[in-house]
Design a protein around this ligand. Structure first.
Ligand code: PGA
Length: 252
């Protein structure tokens, strides 16, 4: 059985008060309502609040991920945060390859490969994002693009290292836009990705790999996505910022 995973990517939204009160209220409601949950829940707050967030979730099955790391261990890199620093406050998961990082912060596949290497070196679990832009889908290039993104990054890793990954397919045109791909379109892409892993690492690895969808998932469309054979959960942006909506997505 593959792990079902739901990740809340809070991006640059919540301050200290919003972060801590969300987590405390979320836990209270979750346990009060005895929410039936078989999914792994991961929350990715902003850097300054990772430590306190991790403390709040201590002793629960929920965990915290960082939204980024820098590709070096230490040194003169003003403003950056290393994997070592995160590890020292108990953070061991990271989102890499998000399209906002690729687009706005010019993280190309070379940089991402360095980030992957450093994350693996420090024992991180990596949520690695891939996905095509609107113009690329219009040209029917989505499969070529996703394949290239994987071949130039994750596929440099060893068979052993692949156990530290889940993949998030996030078509860029559906992120934060309210426009989603259809669940059938996403299923086709997920199957394609699983087959690429099968060809490279074998069936056993590909069958175990969790592949998540991300892009305008909400409390009404989540069920449709999560019922597809190769969609093993979601990476949720906007709709993870409201407890009620997020809980409904978890239960979908
Ligand atoms: P969204 O973001 O759910 O707001 O579309 C998803 C993401 O960026 O991971």
């Amino acid at each position: 059985m593959r792990k079902k995973i739901i990740i809340a990517n809070w991006k640059m939204n919540y301050d200290f008060y919003e972060t801590t009160s969300f987590l405390r209220n979320f836990l209270r409601i979750f346990f009060e309502k005895k929410i039936n949950n078989n999914k792994k829940i991961i929350i990715a707050p902003s850097f300054p609040f990772l430590h306190v967030s991790n403390q709040i979730l201590q002793g629960t099955t929920f965990s915290i991920a960082s939204q980024n790391i820098y590709q070096m261990d230490k040194g003169a890199y003003t403003g950056e945060v290393s994997a070592i620093m995160l590890k020292s406050i108990g953070i061991q998961k990271v989102i890499l390859g998000h399209s906002e990082r690729r687009e706005l912060f010019l993280e190309n596949n070379d940089i991402l490969m360095k980030k992957i290497k450093i994350a693996l070196k420090h024992g991180f679990y990596i949520i690695f994002c891939v996905g095509e832009k609107a113009i690329e889908r219009d040209r029917n290039e989505q499969f070529t693009i996703v394949k290239q993104q994987l071949f130039e990054t994750v596929f440099h890793c060893s068979l052993n290292e692949i156990n530290s990954f889940c993949i998030a397919y996030e078509p860029v045109w559906s992120i934060g836009t309210g426009i989603t791909a259809t669940s059938e379109e996403v299923q086709i892409m997920h199957k394609f990705i699983r087959n690429l892993f099968s060809d490279k690492y074998g069936k056993q690895v590909s069958n175990k790999l969790s592949i998540l969808y991300g892009g305008s998932i909400n409390d009404t469309n989540a069920k449709d996505f999560f019922s597809q054979k190769d969609i093993d959960g979601g990476l949720i942006g906007k709709n993870s910022l409201e407890i009620e909506k997020f809980l409904k997505i978890i239960q979908s």
